[in-house]
Design a protein around this ligand. Structure first.
Ligand SMILES: NC(=O)c1ccc[n+]([C@@H]2O[C@H](COP(=O)([O-])OP(=O)(O)OC[C@H]3O[C@@H](n4cnc5c(N)ncnc54)[C@H](OP(=O)(O)O)[C@@H]3O)[C@@H](O)[C@H]2O)c1
Length: 289
């Protein structure tokens, strides 16, 4: 590995920060592109390079790419996800960056096409990456424990039942720390493990099983209630529309998948829902004092 910095976009977000922390712990040089240099400095300290910029300001993206060795390509769901990521990838290719590791959408949002606005946008970017000469890998993580599962646990902690459109539909939830471990591995490995990698946790957990796991962990019954799917309002922003589409796909059982990819790449099992629940409850209890 050369001493050229690894450029990370989306570095201050939920997943990006985990990747930066791992790269720093491995003493790799890191450059982050951010609209909030002060926040990034506070998060990561003085050991990283900060490139102030905005995806919309293409000159700042080009400047951030110059001299970088590899790129973690991550941006949030937005109207401009595909155009931003394609522009960043083009700037990276023009700057001679040797490898792009893209955080893509969940596989079930991408294939088949036409079911998810965010999945289709990620598919566009993946297609574009295939037209570049730059080595690349697209990571397609299933639903993250730290997002949808944490929200569900917090609703139950607040005294609500566990709501599900289809109690028997499962999700192969993945811990974001495992995604970050795989992304870090793929940034640093001699070569990438494939063009698209479908990342999941170790098992599929249905809403009914989740209620049972939470009942045991909380030592009290957790009620499960069916709640019909709600369409996003006509004036909803893209993120809300995307989330409504995720809910419909999950209720149809599309997220109920597991793969061996995390275990194969990392040489250990991915973290489980049961372990995440215990850790999350312990952290919430510590916060409550
Ligand atoms: N949650 C899931 O279950 C799941 C599953 C599969 C895939 N994904 C994918 O994961 C991605 C979201 O990751 P996340 O939740 O970690 O993101 P996030 O927490 O929403 O973070 C967004 C990051 O993007 C940066 N950013 C936003 N707009 C920017 C702009 N105009 N210019 C420069 N930087 C900008 C922000 O940096 P600054 O504010 O510092 O500029 C921040 O670091 C999406 O692509 C989503 O499709 C999520």
């Amino acid at each position: 590995m050369s001493v050229s910095p690894i450029l990370v976009t989306g570095a201050t977000g939920r997943l990006g920060r985990l990747v930066v922390e791992r790269l720093v712990a491995l003493r790799q040089p890191v450059r982050v592109l951010t609209r909030r240099p002060d926040a990034a400095r506070k998060l990561f300290g003085s050991g990283i390079e900060i490139a102030a910029g905005d995806f919309a300001d293409r000159a700042s993206v080009e400047a951030a790419s110059r001299g970088a060795g590899r790129l973690l390509l991550l941006s949030p769901i937005s109207q401009t996800l595909a155009s931003d990521q394609i522009a960043i990838a083009n700037a990276a290719a023009a700057a001679g960056i040797g490898r792009i590791v893209k955080i893509s959408g969940s596989d079930w949002t991408i294939e088949p096409s036409g079911n998810s606005i965010s999945g289709d946008a990620h598919a566009n970017v993946e297609r574009h990456l295939r037209t570049l000469a730059t080595e690349h890998v697209s990571l397609r993580p299933n639903a993250w424990m730290q997002v949808s599962l944490a929200t569900t646990i917090n609703q139950v902690l607040a005294g609500n039942p566990l709501f599900a459109a289809n109690p028997e539909a499962g999700i192969g939830y993945i811990d974001a720390r495992d995604i970050a471990d795989v992304a870090t591995h793929q940034l640093l490995a001699d070569k990438v493990a494939g063009q698209t990698l479908k990342l999941t946790g170790p098992s599929v957990v249905t809403a009914r099983q989740l209620a049972a796991l939470l009942s045991v962990a909380l030592k009290r019954p957790v009620a499960l209630r069916e709640k019909p799917l709600v369409a996003a309002p006509a004036d909803a922003d893209i993120e809300h529309c995307a989330v409504a589409q995720f809910a419909a796909l999950i209720a149809a059982g599309r997220a109920a998948t597991t793969t061996e990819v995390v275990a194969t790449i990392l040489g250990r099992l991915p973290r489980s829902v049961k372990a995440f629940i215990s850790e999350h409850l312990a952290a919430e209890a510590a916060l409550a004092g």
